[in-house]
Design a binder for this molecule. Structure first.
Ligand code: NAD
Length: 443
């Protein structure tokens, strides 16, 4: 089938390569000429395991192309996927300008039936707005042709995006037209083989399902973080509590890890957007508000622990930071906890020496060159001249470090573990003080 994808970011690129991989003819469009130039020269603008190889093989097979030419995109595909960003507006609601701009481009160039498939995360009612833009634009052009708007939210996880797309837990298709639903079913058939995971529903329910999923996951994290602070206060061990509650199958072990807050391009913005949707309809979403408030506070806990350890004064201190991306296996630093920590450290007069396996370029892109930020070539070099080590992202390579070397390198032998990623007893027996989340420090 011929497929066009508008937006070549995390979602658009992964959708494009995976649809090409199963034999479709895919044209990816982006308004960023640098991104398209890079993709056309064999480069990949983001780090995502397996993506580079799939882009290469599908380009070579002629099934995957990249362009800035929106008109060519509209002429190409029966399916016009919308996979552009929906960043938060000033009040936290989703900014739909990019989604509606794609709707307009499609309508400006279409002369026959097209299906606009919305993969971006958008508030309930957006499909109606997309349809209105298309209708109005077609009317202005005097073109009379049919179209459909489908809600098909994406659930991939950065870091495991290819696997998630290839073997999805569910494929949500929101449509009021059964014939269009069947076309989507055919497009997704290669990803829906072992048992039927495609759930057809009305458009509004599909749009809300995506927000509900992210809000539920964010709630689990904030719940555990709230509990971790209570555990610390009462002298309990949150890791024991985690194991204790996870054994109840109604709770389960997945996604109940305490830490220094969630980040990324989805949870924070989607919780806020859902909150705004509810408020706009006169409903006060108390739980959603608390989920975000707890997360906001949790991003400060590492800084508070570091400051308290150093007697309230961090002036002139150098803090080594391991992990900058918002989670392992991605270079995405949108709303990353590392950013809140580093900015607090800088405000307090400290320097940062940081290392991340893949997010160093992204750090430079965000912060540029600054005298209070050094990027180290590897994890151990980040410890040189450092007063303390903080682990912010639980990359696998940080989990079992040489504690003796850490102790020898640091000016003050102390580790702050924002993800409970390492074995604190080993750190402690090597002579390091060890602070974690939701457990009493080993000093
Ligand atoms: P992104 O910022 O990585 O990519 C968006 C791309 O769209 C950019 O390359 C931008 O240049 C391009 N773009 C903007 N306007 C355009 C236009 N008019 N025509 C063509 N291209 C245009 O965003 P992302 O992380 O891929 O997210 C896209 C959407 O998917 C968002 O709504 C997000 O919430 C949702 N989502 C993201 C994830 C994730 O893990 N990143 C997962 C599920 C859903």
């Amino acid at each position: 089938m011929d497929v066009t994808i508008f937006g070549s970011g995390y979602v658009g690129l992964v959708t494009g390569v995976c649809l090409a991989e199963v034999g479709n003819n895919v044209l990816c469009i982006d308004i960023d000429p640098k991104k398209i130039e890079l993709l056309n020269s064999g480069g990949v603008p983001i780090f995502e395991p397996g993506l580079e190889e799939l882009i290469k093989s599908n380009r070579e097979a002629g099934r995957l192309r990249f362009s800035t030419d929106a008109e060519a995109g509209v002429k190409h595909g029966l399916f016009q996927f919308i996979a552009v960003g929906t960043p938060p507006d000033e009040d936290g609601s989703a900014d739909l300008q990019y989604v509606l701009a794609v709707a307009k481009s499609v309508a400006e160039h279409m002369d026959s039936y097209r299906i606009l498939v919305d993969k971006s995360t958008v508030p309930v009612g957006t499909a109606d707005k997309v349809a209105k833009v298309v209708r109005d634009t077609l009317a202005k052009r005097g073109v009379d042709t049919e179209f459909d708007v489908v809600s098909n939210p994406e659930f991939l996880k950065e870091g495991a995006a290819i696997e998630d797309f290839m073997r999805p837990d569910r494929i949500i298709v929101g449509t009021d037209n059964p014939r269009t639903g069947e076309l989507l079913r055919a497009l997704y058939a290669p990803f829906n083989r072992s048992h039927d995971r495609l759930m057809m529903m009305d458009i509004k329910s599909a749009e809300l399902t995506k927000y509900a999923a992210n809000a539920m996951l964010a709630t689990k994290i904030s719940f555990m973080n709230e509990l971790s602070n209570i555990a610390e206060a009462v002298g309990a061990d949150i890791e024991k509590v985690r194991v204790g509650i996870g054994s109840d199958p109604r709770i389960g072990y997945q996604f109940i890890y305490p830490g220094c807050g969630y980040g990324g391009s989805c949870f924070p913005k989607d919780v806020r957007a859902l909150e705004q949707t509810a408020r706009g309809l006169g409903y006060e979403p108390q739980l959603l508000h608390a989920v975000e408030a707890v997360n906001f506070r949790q991003k400060e806990v590492l800084f508070d622990k570091i400051k308290a350890h150093f007697g309230g004064d961090l002036t002139g201190k150098t803090i080594a930071v391991w992990g900058l991306s918002f989670k392992p296996n991605t270079d995405d630093m949108r709303e990353a906890s590392s950013r809140v920590l580093m900015e607090s450290l800088w405000d307090a007069g400290a320097k940062v020496r940081a290392f991340d396996p893949v997010a160093m370029d992204e750090t430079t892109r965000i912060y540029g060159e600054r005298p209070d930020l050094d990027l180290a070539p590897d994890a151990m070099s980040a410890l040189e001249e450092a007063d303390a080590l903080v682990i912010v992202t639980e990359w696998a390579q940080f989990r079992s470090p040489n504690f003796q070397s850490i102790k020898d390198k640091l000016k003050h032998p102390v580790i702050f573990d924002g993800r409970n990623a390492i074995d604190g007893r080993l750190a402690s027996s090597a002579g390091l003080s060890y602070y974690s989340i939701g457990r009493l420090p080993l000093i």
